[in-house]
Design a protein around this ligand. Sequence first.
Ligand SMILES: [Fe+2]
Ligand SMILES: [Fe+2]
Length: 193
Amino acid sequence: MMTSEVIQELKGEHQSFLKKLEKIFQKTQESGFFEDLMSLSLFRTEFLQLNHEVSSRHHEKEERLFEALIANPIANQGGPRCNYFMQQKMMNDYTKKVDDFWKEYTELKLEKDALLVEAQTKGSALSIPLEEHYYLRKLVFMISFEVNLQMQAIDNYRSARIKDLFNLYKAMLMSHIEKEDQCLFVVLEKLTA
Ligand SMILES: [Fe+2]
Ligand SMILES: [Fe+2]
């Protein structure tokens, strides 16, 4: 498949994720949502299903694409929109917010994968989306961990935590998708033009 076709497919998947994410989010706005076993179990099913599509299918496909382009100078070029997103990242760094939570979960471990380490070592611009994939996985780990505990014994403090983690996941995934659609994929499409 040509790079441009893969990009079109990835963009289509982004739209479907945004719809599913919004649908789950709407449900979580009901009062006491994370304190009710039925809602929690529905949330767990829907959230993990979405994560499976995002992380195991979509991100894997992107990572295969990025892997082939890591050394390509065009892939490392910014575009006009990319500067805007770099500024956004400096003002509102989601990875830092994730790590503030992650520090509390010493029992959870998640190693960086080889491709992210390679991209960071080579100073590739593709390390930014790859790092975000890694941080989204960290969020899913924490959410699953808390939801499982919550289903064993309901705790008010924990329901606030799950809500905070899920809202952060939502904000980070939306910003990640926006960056890929508006900046990264625009740059990568130049490769096939
Ligand atoms: Fe991505
Ligand atoms: Fe994506």
